[in-house]
Design a protein around this ligand. Structure first.
Ligand code: CA
Length: 227
């Protein structure tokens, strides 16, 4: 596996070199920059895995740098700060940093943070990528169905049906199986038939995916999701 490239932005030379030394010992490769104005051009040209970013720097300061980087990249950023009151700014300004470490810090702690943020980032990247590949998925945080990047409003019943079907694409769910699921998670789900809800779901999905029949009827058996 290619070693991960960590960019250290720090104007105190001894701090930068000790961080670099620890990271190299852990199998990373590093680059160091001391001037805030050099960071954005560097990040645009060089693929880095993570940035350790000091706040007080000659030239552009760390907070400004982080904001500018966020416009074009989601590379993980850990802020390095010497002042406790800066932490509130880092969090309050929502500059898009992934974590922060207070000075004075132990290099070991920084290495541990770097590893943790990279792990989190990798998991996030896989999830985002998987979702982008999917034409249709349930966004667990907004509880909306997303079809071809369009969030769609569903009734609780429709939501429960599609959640069940998405749990096993290609599997045929009988009407009684779907009814069972609805009884468990939706109040008053009995008032309409399953076919009625499926019809509405199909219509909502069809608006954004007109070429495909995502929910298919299997005669005498039930419904399945064709993905
Ligand atoms: Ca500094």
């Amino acid at each position: 596996m290619k070693p991960e490239h960590i960019l250290i932005v720090e104007d105190e030379e001894d701090v930068a070199s000790i961080l670099s030394e620890y990271l190299i010992n852990e199998g990373f490769i590093t680059s160091c920059l001391a001037d805030g104005n050099e960071v954005v051009p560097f990040v645009k040209q060089t693929q880095v895995s993570l940035i350790l970013l000091d706040i007080l720097l000659p030239g552009m300061n760390g907070i400004e740098i982080c904001k500018v980087i966020r416009v074009f990249s989601n590379v993980p950023v850990i802020m390095l700060t010497a002042r406790v009151d800066e932490i509130d700014r880092i969090i309050g300004l929502e500059i898009g940093a992934d974590d922060y470490v207070c000075k004075p810090f132990s290099p070991r702690e920084v290495v541990a943070r770097v590893k943790a943020v990279l792990r989190r980032y990798r998991t996030r990247a896989v999830t985002d990528e998987e979702q982008a590949r999917q034409k249709i998925y349930l966004n667990k945080s907004t509880l909306k169905l997303v079809v071809n990047d369009n969030p769609i409003h569903l009734t609780p019943t429709e939501n429960a049906i599609i959640e069940l079907m998405l749990s096993k694409p290609g599997h045929v769910f009988s009407r009684s199986k779907i009814t069972q699921k609805l009884q468990k998670c939706v109040a008053n789900s009995q008032t309409r038939t399953i076919d009625f809800h499926i019809k509405n779901l199909r219509r909502k999905i069809w608006e954004h995916l007109p070429e495909e029949q995502i929910i298919q009827s299997i005669y005498g058996e039930g419904y399945k999701l064709a993905l």
